[in-house]
Design a binder for this molecule. Sequence first.
Ligand code: TNX
Length: 531
Amino acid sequence: CLLAVAAGLWSCSGTQQTSAPKGKVSIIPMPASISEKADSFLLDKQTVIVATNESDKKTAALFNAWLKELTGYELSIADKGDKNAIILHTGNDTTNAEGYTLTVDHNGVTINGNSSSGTFYGVQSLIQLLPVEKARAMFIPGVSITDAPRFAYRGLHLDVSRHFFSVDFVKKYIDLLAMHKMNTFHWHLTDDQGWRIEIKKYPRLQEVSSKRKETMAGRYADNKYDGKPYGGYYTQQQVKEVVQYAADHFVTVIPEIEMPGHALAALAAFPNLGCTGGPYEVGTHWGVYDDVFCAGNDSVFLFLQNVLDEVIPLFPSKYIHIGGDECPKVRWEKCPKCQARMKQEGLKDEHALQSYFIQRMEKYLNSKGKQIIGWDEILEGGLAPNATVMSWRGIEGGITAAQQKHDVIMTPGEFCYFDHYQSKGPNEPLAIGGFLPVNKVYSYEPVPTELNSDEAKYIKGAQANLWSEYINNNDYMEYMVYPRASALSEVLWSPKDKRNYDNFIDRLKVHVKRLELKKVNYAKHVFEVTG
Ligand code: TNX
């Protein structure tokens, strides 16, 4: 036991130890304010969790699941108790809902959440105060924490079109996201290479659009197709399961249905929705395809509205992402229907036609009580009135949108594209390109200096994107995400003046043991990466 304490592991199976060592708290993301005390609480089998509402009981159960991994037992959840207890209190502060306070002393633990999500984040911090080694009894260091996030939107994206990821993997992804106090999962469900959400009105989306004739893994490595058919999609029942799982972890799921570009998989099933009438095949190479939804054809809007009519009830999120990126205009330029539409609507060019497309879809979604998010190309030809912009081609789109008083989520490739290489080591698996080591992620500042303080308020937060062209299995995905997402979580949650890279790396050394407990295949060379 003493050896364990000397090693900074604050746990022991015996009883001699009386307190946790000070200065060893390793919470990621760093809380807004934390003071350590020369005190500690000994959690044992008799400790109870006091939780009085349904949400807190669910959160208590999540704490128990973690504890069980470490100790082999779970705590009982009670309506009252003040000795040897972890007390969860939840208020209803809607202005700073995600904030909480957490105190630990020898009497026990008290968490006051400003709302249920605040209580949940308090419990996440408590989990990170636990030792990372298995033991029967756990010393929790005495602390007093007051915490709340810097940004309201803290996201991670997952592209399941280029490669498909199972429901179990998606749940684990969400679980890890929540552990880092991130609150948004952007689910990129459709693209040229596969349509991955069941739409009951259009079974051909399942039969045709969810499949392609090649897996394409490593295509650019050996420049060969492997000839093995590839496919997968989520049933609506599975989507509901994921959304509920996310809600239990205070994560909002934003679905993305791509339009008007990145639509080849849908066109393969419904060739009449393209300008040329096809035939089309689900994409079998990476990149941008010229064949997109025909903006002159009313059937396209009807199809997309019918799709969205099935998508909307599955996702309680106030946002639906409608893509909008990388839509070549070559087909529209030669399409009589598109040209007629432009004339009829008085649109001066194809960029204005793209804007017409997005605005028409926005109007539909707004009428159903939803707001749209789009990639920064939706600025082309005029922004739809209520749209939120995801700035990915650098930060300029975000600056322009904020200046136009539109909400912005920053996701510039240089800092937020986790499909880029994170090391220059010789054994790195094939990636799309770029170089984004963890220290560079950590250095990211989401609010551009070009904005004045009024404009800066429109920057709601940031997100990392995981495009999966090259990321073709679970281990590889986790390798690309962690610990870079741990770094991003601190950028998004912690006060700017609390960020310190060396200190982060010290905490990360403990934090990766938590990732190991969760069986996460994080990138292990990261401590050597200097950029
Ligand atoms: C650009 S980012 C894309 C994706 C690719 C990604 C690869 C964006 C809105 N579009 O379709 O997967 O680059 O990094």
